[in-house]
Design a protein around this ligand. Sequence first.
Ligand code: ADP
Length: 457
Amino acid sequence: MRAGNSGKRKFSIKLKLTLWFTSFMALTAALCLGLILLVNGRVAENEAFGILSLTVKNSVTKVSLENGVLSLSPDFQFYANDVYFLIYNESGAVLSGQAPPSFPVDAPLENGVSKFVAGADGGDGYYVLDFWIPSGWDNGLWLRGVLRSPDNDQMTRNILTIFTIVLPFLILLAAGGGWLIARRALAPISRIADVAESISAGQDLSLRTGLGEGTDEVGRLAGSFDRMSARLEQSFEAEKQFTSDASHELRTPTAVILAQCSFVQKHGETMEDYREAISVISRQAEKMSLLISRLLDITRLDLGTQKLKREPTDLSEMARILCEEQDTGERKISLDTEIQDGVTADVDPFLISRVITNLLDNARKYGKEGGHIRLTLCRRDREAVLTVEDDGIGIPPEEQDRIWQRFYQVKSSREEGYGLGLGLSMIRQIVSLHGGSVSVESQPGQGSCFTVRLPLE
Ligand code: ADP
């Protein structure tokens, strides 16, 4: 099998194409040569018959038999336009005239028929035309025109000599041109193969062919290859990110759980000790479970495996329901709304509802006790604009850019153990998948206002 494959690969496609092209050109040249020789022979023959016919017809009226005696007009010539004339009597005996030595003078006479007669010595042939010139009822003469067939061999030799000189150049030119065209056409494929080999050898998925998006078949192949590499790189990056995020973030709750276990194993004496340990372990396990599901959501969005399921959605209705479902909790934070009716957009309702819920949850988490949250929704230009405002702890200006990063938490919130630092990065991802934007305005100690803009078309 191996031997077979290596045998097949002995010639590169470039070489095969060039060989094929060159052979094709050589064959075409040979065919042309044959055709030229054929046409040339035919043309020379037709021309010769034309001259013979014209010359003989001109001379017919100049020959006659008067009272049994041959009579020739004064302007009759036995040799005109390369045509020899012979005059025969009625029984086929030569009366007068001359013919080339190799011409068989006894060749049968046929009235008005042009024909080819081979030479007696096997040399040149002759074109012959005979006419019967009657005299009275039962007497007459034969006038025969004889034209030596043109020397085709010389012409053929000339043509062949020219071809022998020109053909090697023609083949060289065809081979060179074929090679260049094949090389040019296949260069992108070699580049793609090189990049593919480098990727598989070094696992460097950032390599691209850099051939751009062409419109021809090879250009499209290069474009698809680059897009495929980019997609693969993105997938690997997302997977790497997930693994490192998960291992990093799961380390703390795992350590707490292990510490609790070893503590109660060594020092747990009362039921109360065990109950307390189990409650800590359960809280940490819940956190781990939430963390994993959030990370999976984000990874799916990163990979594009969680596809947007867009459908016409009444955002006003959705916002209203989500606000009603919010419970004020122990911290007595009130929620006001100002929702314009009939704000609809083509969005993924599940994902957008998560955006609103997350913003409301944050406003509540970071709002002050007995404070206020205000949610507004309206249509502005061609956008749906949603704001969630609270009068809570606010975010320091230098942190406002970083809160969108995965796992980033403002120091105070981290210390309070409020969340995971994944909500806002997911919100930004969902909103940008919808072609929208999200921003924050905040003053520490006074509150924050998050604004989401979603294009309506
Ligand atoms: P989480 O709330 O789970 O920590 P988020 O990604 O939702 O994660 O938020 C990131 C950080 O941004 C939070 O830790 C918090 O410090 C800050 N933050 C988010 N929303 C608000 C808000 N409404 N008020 C004050 N700070 C906020």
